[in-house]
Design a protein around this ligand. Structure first.
Ligand SMILES: Cc1cc2nc3c(=O)[nH]c(=O)nc-3n(C[C@H](O)[C@H](O)[C@H](O)COP(=O)(O)O)c2cc1C
Length: 215
């Protein structure tokens, strides 16, 4: 089987990114882009991002997760600490996040270090989730091989009965990571493949070196 995709191409013409207009702190540019994409480009899940880890098998692996909070400190997502990504991060906290916002022709790539957030913060977020998602976290030993779909559906049913009318506790193996950035690149598609790329590199606390990169 083969399919030639060499004719798939488009011209990117939705915006520009000029060094003269960027803030000193990349989180402020992140906030601006996130707001614009969310507000004007009707992205379905603006907060969906790829997180890449270096696995314990030595291979990099990407998967999509949802960004749940960002601050000047970094980017927070929630997951199972014993999943494949959790095990990878325990061994090597260097990760890469990326966003591709197709409608706005924008990409952001973030290198950083992942660490578990404080337990009370994970508790707070867990409590705010719908019961179905809470039970889902309890049911699923994420990334483990299972014999069938029925296996987890049965488990869910049993847990629904067990916790009927009761508060569902956050499992200790489920919680948030904050990715503290060391490098953030903003990419804006431009015509003729002469895209705008602005990279921030952390020098010391809140001090970022800014460069334009060749497309
Ligand atoms: C749109 C979307 C959002 C997702 N959000 C999350 C999330 O917030 N947390 C999570 O653990 N997995 C999320 N997933 C599932 C992950 O992509 C992945 O399958 C899961 O985390 C297991 O990854 P791992 O086995 O590499 O650890 C999401 C998937 C998609 C497509």
């Amino acid at each position: 089987m083969q399919k030639d995709l060499s004719d798939y191409r488009k011209s990117y013409e939705k915006g520009e990114l000029l060094l003269a207009n960027v803030p000193e702190n990349p989180m402020e540019l992140f906030q601006k882009w996130f707001y614009e994409v969310d507000r004007f480009f009707a992205e379905d899940e603006t907060n969906a991002m790829t997180v890449s880890t270096i696995g314990i098998d030595g291979y990099p692996k990407n998967r999509v997760v949802l960004l749940k909070k960002y601050t000047y400190e970094g980017f927070i997502f929630y997951t199972n600490y014993e999943s494949e990504k959790g095990k990878a991060i325990a061994q090597n906290p260097n990760v890469c996040l990326s966003f591709f916002w197709q409608g706005a022709e924008r990409q952001i790539i973030i290198k950083g270090n992942a660490e578990k957030i404080a337990e009370n913060l994970s508790d707070g977020y867990f409590e705010s989730r719908p019961r179905g998602s809470q039970l889902g976290a309890l049911v699923s030993h994420q990334s483990e091989a299972i014999e069938s779909r029925e296996f987890i559906e049965d488990k869910l049913q049993k847990l629904e009965q067990k916790y009927e009318g009761k508060e569902i506790p956050r499992p200790e193996y489920w919680g948030g990571y904050i990715v503290k950035p060391v490098e953030i690149e903003f990419w804006q598609g431009r015509p003729n493949r002469l895209h705008d790329r602005i990279r921030y590199k952390l020098q010391s606390d809140y001090n970022w070196k800014i460069n334009r990169l060749s497309p």
